[in-house]
Design a protein. Structure first.
Length: 326
């Protein structure tokens, strides 16, 4: 006997793994999410579709569909085979990622690891309930554990890292790693280091706002412009009074930019100038030197003077004819 399916497409459902929502969706563009959902739909019904059919069905351009498929492939959501696309089992993939073989250790190492893991687990539990409503994806546990080992952060610094990222651009793993890398490069390991950095960061924000206001930009600084300001403040240790001297130099420029400002301020730093007064003396000395060089150069140019030519000689007959004509 043959039994026809009693469900039409009106009553059917396409299941989306929760692991996709928590792990992959934040990293994807909205169009890539659309393409993935359509892949799930076609896979469930064992349907075939070309890239052009994808584009027509989803209201996208063909290059955009190809771009979305490439993004999904780069994240390991699907892969290409000779006869088409294969969607990966994301649940199985995450389980394999989480599985790690246990190694034997001495009783002392075991006790130390137990105490360390206890503190870590407490912070991870706090992160889970504070930022993920208690439903944090399993891969976050292994990633946080790896970040502890990679960046050597204390537990309170790790919690502060999540709070900072949550308050700014959100809990996207590449962004968290970027911030963590910056903190590591600034030698932040414990709460004391973090407090000192927070003071410097507040100073940076105040100076950033002052620069925007003084230049009348009418916009926020770009990421690259902020990196310049962060270098001037945190690496060079300059206050707004010194940076303002560089800003004043842009008044004579038609299209001043931060590359120009950075060249000026970096020059001051390379010459070990620490105060506003030292910068003023340095700039005055340089202007005098340039002015003197320019005057010497101009004085060295030979200018024809009166009498510095050979006298033309005339015959008497020629001169007599001039008198006669007059």
């Amino acid at each position: 006997m043959f039994f026809e399916s009693y469900k039409s497409i009106l009553y059917s459902d396409t299941l989306v793994p929760d692991i996709f929502i928590t792990e992959y969706m934040p990293l994807l563009s909205s169009d890539s999410v659309k393409v993935y959902l359509y892949c799930l739909f076609l896979s469930k019904h064992n349907k075939n579709a070309s890239t052009e059919e994808f584009a027509k069905s989803l209201g996208l351009e063909v290059p955009k569909v190809k771009e979305c498929l490439a993004q999904l492939e780069n994240l390991g959501v699907l892969s290409w085979k000779e006869n088409g696309l294969v969607l990966h089992d994301l649940k199985e993939k995450e389980i394999k990622k989480m599985y790690r073989l246990k190694t034997t250790s001495t009783p002392e190492e075991a006790a130390s690891n137990c105490e360390k893991n206890k503190k870590r687990n407490e912070i991870i539990y706090t992160i889970n309930n504070t930022f993920f409503q208690g439903i944090m994806s399993p891969s976050w546990y292994t990633d946080i554990d790896a970040w502890f080992d990679r960046y050597k952060f204390d537990e309170d610094v790790m919690l502060a890292l999540f709070q900072y990222c949550f308050d700014h651009k959100g809990l996207i793993k590449p962004y968290i790693e970027k911030v963590a890398e910056n903190w590591k490069n600034r030698n932040i390991r414990n709460s004391f280091d973090l407090d000192n950095y927070s003071i410097e960061y507040k100073k940076f924000k105040d100076i950033r706002s002052a620069i925007v206001k003084k230049l009348k930009l009418g916009r926020n600084l770009t990421e690259f412009e902020e990196e310049y300001v962060e270098k001037w403040v945190m690496d060079y240790g300059y206050d707004i009074d010194i940076i303002e001297l560089a800003l004043k130099k842009t008044t004579s420029k038609t299209n001043p930019n931060f590359d120009y400002l950075n060249s000026i301020i970096t020059d001051w730093h390379n010459n070990s100038l620490k105060t506003k007064e030292e910068v003023a003396v340095y700039e005055t000395t340089r202007r005098k030197k340039n002015s003197k060089t320019g005057s010497v150069a101009s004085s060295s140019v030979t200018v024809p003077q009166k009498g510095n030519f050979e006298q033309r000689k005339y015959e008497d007959e020629y001169l007599n004819s001039l008198y006669e004509n007059a």
